[in-house]
Design a protein around this ligand. Structure first.
Ligand SMILES: Cc1cc2nc3c(=O)[nH]c(=O)nc-3n(C[C@H](O)[C@H](O)[C@H](O)COP(=O)(O)OP(=O)(O)OC[C@H]3O[C@@H](n4cnc5c(N)ncnc54)[C@H](O)[C@@H]3O)c2cc1C
Length: 363
């Protein structure tokens, strides 16, 4: 068994395969394990009810959603049994349930359980024939490939990438070469509106501006393109709408009341005070709206794609007639369509589908 990607999905597939008696090889294109999971907030979650999952992600594949919903709690226990450190046993969101892990500890526990990881060896990126036997594609999506993002997501301008630097569609291309079908949700992505500056790996959470629901939201041209009151809890709808604005950018304009609101990591005022692209109202490139006390320039950033390869509930990659391709699996962000129409935990689907791939391949 060859597993492409040592992020959450690939490491879960490898660890589960080893438990079941196999000797998988994990190819990792990058120089370290953990993928975007290592950089993430580490909250692995599901909606509290399946009905809520359907309401939140109405265009997603219902069979895959059922699988993630039913299998997540067992998956979380399994991670803990491998020694992954839990930091919190709640998500802080009344709609969801799950756990927050220390991502370095989670990576270390999974690498121990996964066995052999070959760094600097990407599937399809180093010369060599297609591997013999079972292949699990777990390369983390195609957000790092500007051309693929332009083709499928179609933003108005290139998106900033808020992810590990190696996930650039190798799994998608490999699957398509083998005859795979594409999932729904190809034009959707999970991301954040970030302060509009170049950012490093250590700033992916701190520079995210997640208070659009309290702002008035304008394009660079001064058009108010999204009603702040209508922004969803995840703010994903606002991020995707920002991607369609000139330059894939926006201005969050805030009044006194907005600055007092409490969000996850403090008050809006505290977050705004640290935003490097904060300006005074008179510095806006359009007439300042009444009551504005400050504004922040944001740029849409892509964390991972939502569309990808079409898979079934055993993580088998399907062809355009809906038939499984022999010995080919996909998990994590390479497996598309689970959260189409909304937002669901990428870590949860990576955990559940990674394990499902190993279990099906070794049945
Ligand atoms: C800042 C941030 C915060 C986040 N917070 C959360 C959160 O709290 N909760 C949540 O659910 N999700 C969160 N996410 C999203 C989550 O990290 C992803 O959904 C998850 O990591 C996807 O798992 P994956 O295994 O598909 O991809 P990854 O974990 O990214 O792993 C993919 C791996 O594949 C490797 N790779 C790429 N190409 C090849 C190739 N050709 N051959 C071999 N290897 C290859 C990459 O180097 C990488 O190691 C966050 C992401 C970020 C960046």
């Amino acid at each position: 068994m060859v597993i492409a990607g040592a992020g959450l999905a690939g490491l879960c597939a490898a660890a589960r395969a080893r438990e079941l008696g196999a000797e998988p090889v994990v190819l990792e294109k990058g120089s370290r394990a953990g993928g975007s999971m290592l950089l993430s907030s580490g909250v692995v979650w599901r909606y509290r009810t399946f009905e809520e999952f359907r309401v939140q992600c109405p265009d997603g594949d219902e069979r895959l959603q059922r699988l993630v919903f039913d299998a997540l709690d067992e998956g979380l226990e399994w991670l803990e049994s491998l020694g992954a450190p839990v930091l919190e046993r709640e998500t802080g969101n009344p709609l969801t349930t799950g756990a927050r892990f220390d991502t370095q500890g989670l990576t270390d526990a999974l690498v121990r359980a996964a066995g052999q990881v070959r760094f600097g060896q990407g599937l399809g990126t180093v010369p060599g024939a297609w591997p013999e036997g079972t292949v699990v594609l777990a390369t983390g999506g195609f957000q790092g490939d500007r051309e693929l993002v332009q083709r499928y997501v179609r933003p108005a301008a290139p998106l900033r990438v808020r992810a590990n630097p190696w996930s650039s569609g190798d799994g998608l291309r490999a699957g398509l070469n083998q005859g795979a079908a594409l999932s729904d949700g190809l034009d959707e992505f999970y991301g954040r509106n970030m302060a509009d500056v170049d950012f490093g790996e250590g700033e992916l959470v701190s520079l995210a501006q997640v208070y659009g629901r309290y702002a008035r939201i304008f394009s660079e041209r001064g058009e108010e393109f999204f009603d702040g009151h209508a922004v969803s809890w995840s703010e994903l709808d606002l991020v995707q709408a920002t991607a369609q604005q000139p330059g894939a950018r926006a201005w969050y304009v805030l009044d006194e009341r907005a600055l007092e609101q409490r969000v996850r990591y403090g008050t809006v005022g505290e977050l705004v005070a640290h935003a490097p692209t904060r300006v005074e109202p008179e510095e806006l490139p359009f007439p300042s709206p009444p009551g504005a006390v400050t504004a922040v320039r944001v740029a849409a950033a892509i964390t991972h794609t939502i569309g990808g390869l079409r898979v079934d509930e055993r993580a088998r990659v399907l062809d355009t007639d809906g038939r499984p391709l022999d010995g080919l699996y996909a998990a994590g962000a390479d497996a598309g369509g689970i959260s189409a129409g909304g937002y669901a935990s990428g870590l949860a689907s990576a955990l559940v589908l990674g394990r499902a791939a190993a279990e099906d391949a070794l049945r």
